[in-house]
Design a protein around this ligand. Sequence first.
Ligand code: PEP
Ligand code: MG
Length: 544
Amino acid sequence: MRKYTGKGVYGAIAIGRVSLFEKQDAAVKRIHITDTDNEKKRFEEAKMSAIKQLQEVYDKALKEVGEANAAIFEIHQMMLDDDDYNDSVKNIIDSQNVNAEYAVAVTSDNFAAMFSAMDDEYMKARAADVRDISNRLINNLSGNVSAETDSEEKLIICADDLAPSETVSLDKEKVLAFVTAQGSSNSHTAILARNMNIPAVIGVGAEFLTEIKGGEEVIVDGFTGEIFVNPDKENLEKYRQKQAEDEEKKRLLQELKGKDNVTLDGKKINIYANIGNLDNIGAVLMNDAGGIGLFRSEFIYLENSDYPTEDQQFSIYKKVLESMAGKKVVIRTLDIGADKQVDYFNLKKEANPALGYRAIRICLTRTDIFKTQLRALYRASVFGNLGIMFPMITSVSEVKKILEICNEVKSELKSEGMEFAKNVELGIMIETPAAAIISDKLAQMVDFFSVGTNDLTQYTLACDRQNPDIEQFVDTHHEAILRLIEMSAENAHRHGAWIGICGELAADTTLTETFLRMGIDELSVSPAFVLKVRNAVRMIDLSK
Ligand code: PEP
Ligand code: MG
């Protein structure tokens, strides 16, 4: 049994097998091995699985595209059994003391080069087939989830780091937990893990990734950040028990469904949920959130291969609003840039992307993109109770410009005879110190504030939220941050605006009472935390 420790970002236990997440352009690593017999055994097992998978693909293709087209998968099976190919892989393992993945990759390169050099066109084309079967073997060896495996088993995804775009493209039905060598608690990958209710441990360190192998059994403790690889019987039993207890606790919280978010002395607060896409709505409803306090609309852009059209966005916003049946839905306009990169935006590389061209700065300079989104939002507004929220605000002039553009969009829709609701609330995120400091002015321009503590912490403490090496300096309860929130709350209320918190700090129940005393009106948290925060609110007595 091997043990590693990182940082738990979603408290739950997972027990399962490892799938190594390979970046698309990642080269196979060459790892020095002492037990070469075991590597050859792993190769044989991966080959048997590949032959079985190819038989399934062959059967499916036979039905769908006929025998002639299916034949290639029979050829692939034969190639996997080819003596020269097998001898090459095993000789490389034995002679170089290397891992099976590496031996397969080298064999693949050599054989593909040999086929490519042949005169015969048919033989030349076999180079692609060698690469294909080799990739299948490497995927099987590293435990990668392949599109064709149809494995029902949920796996523990282990990666160096996961970009938000990579996280959203994973097949969630097959993910039991995440473990990443790098990463920080407020990275969007951590946030996505929380939104998806899956145990996640980040920042486990580089050696974890060099030592872990696809298919190994692992316990992930998302509470303590501990990882046990190939656990012994005793630990397996202990953690199965811990898992059962956690599930029981979560089941007990379910009894708070339908109850008010009210303190012992009668103060009520709204508890809403944060979501990234339509798939999260089920969790919002199941956990009895009173609304959606943050829909990170940029995930629509991240999940798309080109700019999402007005109609495409309209139908998503309409669905969210309809699903929430009149409850408040706050949709945040596009917040890309920094760690959330979308290829087709062709954004320039920046030395300090968190301080660069991101979020509202993109929207205010590429107004075609902004207006398309606003048109879709206003058109959808008739299907529910919509609030539109703008990220990364730093100045009065930005908000003025935004309000002008919103008015332009509404006039255009009106002249086209398109309907939109008259009571759409407009709000801004308070996630820069500048916005908090001038919140007296900003509060007069909008209906609501929502405090983005993830960025507010990053910018106030000058601590890059993506950098795990400085986490010891990130005091999320820092007095400066709490004072900025309090100041924003006072200014909001003085000018008739409401104020919520939608950053990760909203779910920190050690601060719930502090937030209530500041007069915060709404806390928006990952769906899985709604009932935990409700529980905390119901135990507070503000009269004391
Ligand atoms: C925040 O910054 O706190 C926030 C909610 O926005 P995001 O995490 O998406 O940057
Ligand atoms: Mg933010």
